[in-house]
Design a protein around this ligand. Structure first.
Ligand code: GNR
Ligand code: NI
Length: 180
């Protein structure tokens, strides 16, 4: 018989300047029920936020696990969910061509800035069963996957900005928090 697994949970999202966001996450070696619970919690936390991606370290778990859902509109105008899990992801063949995207991050709430990244990549990753996948990616998916992979190295989108711009973003965030 199936035992009670504890259900999914929305977990608190770490925000700057939490030092845990600078952790380099470690590879997943065991594809077990604990991993499935972590991924379920990550989806619930991401949808609740709401965001289009989440790295495990953003909920304080230093493992190389990402979830992404770019969610598109269906025929009836209702959002259609397209949940995707990336375990131990790698980026291959980043294009020489770069694109700018106005990025945000749940760990740097309500702040946005243009970040330049390779326009297209190939991604390789494992799923919840440990099976390896490889696919080309472009557009928002390429941008989002690179943003999430940065989290696994302890890097935030503001780390791609000039010192001046980064300080401006952090000052604005501080001001918003004081006003709240
Ligand atoms: O919700 C998010 N939106 C977003 C917009 C542009 C580029 C990247 C992202 S990811 C972000 C969620 C998040 O912080 N993931 O780590
Ligand atoms: Ni982020």
């Amino acid at each position: 018989m199936q035992s009670y697994l504890g259900g999914m949970a929305i977990r608190p999202i770490l925000e700057v300047p939490d030092p845990r966001l600078k952790t380099v996450s470690t590879r997943v070696e065991t594809f077990d029920d604990d991993l499935r619970t972590l991924v379920a919690d990550m989806f619930e936390t991401m949808y609740d936020a709401p965001g289009i991606g989440l790295a495990a370290i953003q909920i304080g778990v230093p493992k190389r696990v990402l979830v992404i859902d770019l969610q598109h509109e269906g025929e009836d105008g209702e959002p259609v969910r397209t949940p995707q899990v990336f375990i131990n992801p790698e980026i291959l063949d980043p294009s020489d061509e770069h694109t700018l995207y106005n990025e945000g991050c749940l760990s740097v709430p309500d702040q946005y800035a243009e970040v330049e990244r390779p326009s297209t990549i190939r991604a390789r990753w494992q799923d919840l069963d440990g099976k390896v996948h490889e696919e080309p990616m472009d557009g928002l998916m390429a941008t989002c996957l690179q943003h999430e992979m940065d989290h696994l190295e302890g890097v935030l989108f503001i780390d791609h900005l000039s010192r001046l711009k980064r300080q401006m973003v952090l000052k604005k965030l501080e001001k918003l928090r004081k006003a709240a």
